[in-house]
Design a protein around this ligand. Structure first.
Ligand SMILES: Cc1cc2nc3c(=O)[nH]c(=O)nc-3n(C[C@H](O)[C@H](O)[C@H](O)COP(=O)(O)OP(=O)(O)OC[C@H]3O[C@@H](n4cnc5c(N)ncnc54)[C@H](O)[C@@H]3O)c2cc1C
Length: 154
């Protein structure tokens, strides 16, 4: 049983979570699933998942630079991979990869650094040169006489 809005003030709860966004809902879900808690109150001032969750770009990715972030995002991505089956609900999670284009030498350096850091952390990542970018996404213009030439991509 998950409650949101107006939880009974006289009732005691195993856990009270403030905010019914992704973090709050996931916390409630995993407290129930992994720790057997069944009376959890979620206090939400608006509507469920109506905060940042409702306006994000919906890219579910694991390509973060720092060791601490890499581990938590990689773990999170693996949770997403089993969630549709676990919840028996197809929420159109579809893994296609994400390509981040580099347009300046600074971009290239930062992107290659990120790919290297990801690979060292066992995260699937690779650096593509412009020709490889074109092969993967033929619609891209990789001419070097355009305003923001494609110098490669992660
Ligand atoms: C434009 C944009 C694009 C993004 N793109 C991506 C993306 O592509 N991929 C990605 O992984 N992340 C993306 N993010 C980040 C991601 O959306 C957030 O990290 C995530 O939604 C945070 O979840 P949350 O549960 O912490 O916060 P929220 O989803 O904001 O949930 C917080 C909830 O708490 C409630 N609340 C706040 N204060 C109180 C209170 N005092 N009492 C009761 N309820 C309260 C709010 O109403 C809200 O529902 C993006 C974010 C934005 C804004």
């Amino acid at each position: 049983e998950f409650l949101w809005r107006n939880p009974d003030p006289k009732k005691s709860y195993d856990a009270v979570i403030v905010g019914g966004g992704g973090h709050g809902l996931a916390t409630a879900y995993f407290l129930a699933k992994n720790h057997g808690m069944t009376n959890i109150a979620i206090l939400e001032k608006g509507w469920l998942a109506g905060g940042n969750m409702a306006r994000n770009t919906t890219i579910i990715r694991s390509n973060y630079l720092w060791d601490e972030s890499a581990a938590i995002y990689e773990h999170s991505l693996k949770l997403w991979e089993i969630l549709p089956e676990e919840l028996e609900y197809d929420f159109l999670f579809s893994q296609r990869g994400v390509m981040n284009l580099a347009h300046t030498l600074g971009d290239v350096r930062e992107s290659m650094r990120r790919v290297g850091a990801n690979q060292l952390n066992g995260v699937d990542a690779e650096w593509l040169d412009p020709k490889q970018v074109k092969e993967l996404c033929p619609i891209l213009n990789i001419n070097d006489n355009i305003r923001y030439p494609v110098m490669g991509a992660t």
